[in-house]
Design a protein around this ligand. Structure first.
Ligand code: SAH
Ligand code: MG
Length: 193
């Protein structure tokens, strides 16, 4: 198992796949324990790294994950198979904004296109268990979100604005209590009131 994980990390590095770093994984594992999470819905599988890591933390966890990029989806399928987790991880090759997912989950992990976080949040709210949590990743966007300087690249600037908007959206959301953590690239945990 150690070797499979290592080779995924290497693949991510070589192919610039933004997988969760150690600190983030540890944080997720802690969050899973504290909230007694048994079912997870992940938006943005990439190569299956975070999905596999979360499943490794507890043998009872079942996870559904969605990835729209074909190459990454295929890589994830391979990795899930290598880890013998086909019966625990169900992966969909789809755009998370198009597909309909059935059932409710204890934890929903949003780790996909940052410009669409509000849409993901609103769409998947109906798939959250009453006592469940929604975790959002990359809210610092490599420090850009907190910077006071003017960001030169137009696309980056727009993305940063969208993330700031999402942060305000969470802060002002009357149905959820959100706590922001300075972990990894910035994580938020939202709990239904
Ligand atoms: N959770 C992974 C990393 C995900 S990177 C890990 O930590 O190991 C973000 C992924 O989200 C990318 O692979 C990208 O293709 C995917 N993505 C972005 N927007 C998406 C969407 N609308 N639907 C499904 N996948 C999406
Ligand atoms: Mg991420």
């Amino acid at each position: 198992m150690e070797n499979i994980i290592k080779s995924m990390e290497l693949y991510a590095l070589e192919n610039q796949v933004p997988i969760m770093q150690k600190e983030g994984i540890n944080f997720m594992v802690e969050c899973i324990r504290q909230n007694e999470v048994k079912t997870i819905l992940e938006i943005g599988s990439a190569i299956g790294y975070s999905a596999i890591q979360m499943c490794l933390s507890d043998p009872h966890i079942k996870l559904v994950t969605i990835e729209r990029d074909e190459a990454r989806y295929k890589e994830a399928v391979k990795n899930i198979r290598k880890c013998n987790m086909e019966d625990r991880i169900k992966i969909h090759h789809a755009d998370a904004l198009d597909i309909e997912i059935e059932g409710v989950y204890d934890l929903i992990f949003i780790d996909a296109a940052k410009a669409q976080y509000i849409k993901f949040f609103e769409k998947y709210d109906q798939n959250l268990e009453n006592n469940g949590v929604i975790v959002s990743d990359n809210l610092k966007f490599h420090g850009f979100v907190e910077t006071k300087e003017r960001i030169k690249n137009r696309n980056t600037r727009q993305l940063v604005q969208k993330i700031r908007k999402y942060i305000s959206y969470l802060e002002e959301n009357n149905y959820y209590d959100t706590v922001f953590y300075d972990i990894g690239d910035g994580v938020a945990i939202s709990k239904k009131k």
